[in-house]
Design a protein around this ligand. Structure first.
Ligand code: FES
Ligand SMILES: [Fe+2]
Length: 404
């Protein structure tokens, strides 16, 4: 082949083939993905339909949707969806798009529904279960009620977190997280009952860059020198277990002894809690939920695609029941905003590099094993590739077993 052709950027089918080969590579062979997969519109379309519209995607915490009529409206990779607690007590995920001419119905965010959902355009009306109730001034035209209901999607609740799946026949959520439970027993997840959610940020970066950055700890010492590195140092981070369905990594937290004493009294002195309380456990549920579990709660960032080169990043969390939302101090919120700004700047910088024609990425290092899991997930969703078996390291023992 002519040398100059070899240097040509990969597009269309050849880019997808290159993407597949890179994404299914095991830990020994893993390299940076072809840079164009972080900006290519055809890759983006494939990811929206085979990943975000065909798997369980995080929505919000359930404690905001416990009362009848409470709802949360969001756009899931271009698809307006609303979660509503119905009068019958059931939580449903409905299309948030009017069946008349496609107007988004409820405004995005949390709210409380009156009797029905009324379209802001011509006032077509739907019940809280998505049933078509009526339309004003239809003249001679009769509207088939059954044909004009709002489509309904699958919902799953997991430790107070709500996930939605837009697929017609979704795999049960329980199959996605099978095998994960034994690693979570050190922490008292059932006591994490108070949620908070901060404002979504918009980054000029492909969603995969934000996810990869959110799951690997390799960059902490450099990007977060003054922030996260002081709390969770890179050198004390490790891989725990995982594969294509989920991944866990962990690390030692610096100097959290005084906080532990405050929360747990002097049980610290008698060794009355697990060693895991001095560590964090990062839970990655692909495609885009990244939670950091500690004895205090579960803090997450959730990433959603907003186009080939844009994504939204939403921070939130579930706090331990002895804490309340008012315990989330302004300096802790400021800390979150600060390290997210550091992440945003580095992700947007990488995004600018993805348009290079001559440059290319290289090998991943062992600390980036969690990125291999994510790629194998992508290879399975996009290309039907068979992922490697789940792997567990010796670090897992710290988190498994009974709480003592
Ligand atoms: S678009 Fe909703 S009523 Fe017309
Ligand atoms: Fe980061």
């Amino acid at each position: 082949m002519n040398e100059s052709l070899k240097e040509m950027p990969l597009h269309g089918t050849s880019l997808l083939e290159h993407y597949q080969r890179s994404a299914q590579a095991g830990v020994e062979q893993a390299r940076c993905l072809p840079l164009a997969v972080y900006n290519d519109p055809a890759v983006y379309v494939a990811e929206v339909s085979r990943v975000f519209h065909n798997d369980w995607v995080f929505a919000c915490a359930e404690d905001r949707l416990l009362e009848v009529g409470q709802y949360y409206a969001m756009t899931l990779a271009g698809e307006p969806v609303v979660l509503i607690r119905g009068k019958d007590g059931e939580l449903r995920a409905l299309s948030n798009l009017c069946r008349h001419r496609g107007t988004p119905l409820l405004d995005e965010g949390y709210g409380k529904l009156g009797r029905n959902i009324v379209c802001p355009y011509h006032a077509w009306t739907f019940s809280d279960t998505g049933e078509f109730k009526g339309a004003p001034m239809t003249g001679e035209i009769s509207i088939d009620k059954a044909e004009h209901c709002l489509p309904r999607f699958a919902v799953a609740s997991w430790h107070g977190l709500i996930f939605i799946n837009l697929a017609a026949a979704p795999q049960p959520f329980s199959e996605k997280v099978v095998g994960l439970a034994p690693y979570l027993t050190a922490f008292e997840l059932s006591a994490f009952t108070h949620s908070y959610q901060l404002k979504s940020e918009h980054w000029q970066a492909n969603w995969k860059l934000a996810v990869e950055n959110g799951i690997e700890s390799y960059h902490l010492f450099k990007v977060h020198k003054e922030t996260l590195e002081a709390v969770t140092p890179t050198r004390q981070a490790y891989y725990v277990a995982g594969g294509a369905d989920w991944s866990l990594s962990g690390g030692k937290m610096q100097d959290n002894r005084s906080k532990l004493e405050k929360l747990l009294g002097n049980s610290w002195l008698s060794g009355g809690y697990p060693e895991a309380y001095q560590h964090y456990l990062l839970i990655f549920l692909p495609p885009s939920f990244i939670g950091v579990l500690t004895y205090e709660g579960l803090n997450w960032i959730h990433i959603l695609p907003q186009g080939p080169e844009h994504c939204s990043v939403t921070p939130g969390g579930l706090l331990q029941h002895k804490l309340s939302a008012s315990d989330l101090k302004s300096d802790e919120i400021a800390f979150t905003h600060q390290f997210l700004l550091e992440d945003q700047l580095i992700c947007e910088r990488v995004q600018r590099g993805t348009h290079a024609r001559k440059g290319q990425g290289g090998k991943l290092v062992s600390m980036e094993k969690i990125l291999v899991d994510f790629r194998q997930y992508l290879a399975r969703q996009l290309f039907g590739a068979v992922p490697d078996a789940c792997l567990e390291t010796a670090e897992a023992a710290r988190f498994k077993g009974d709480r003592t």
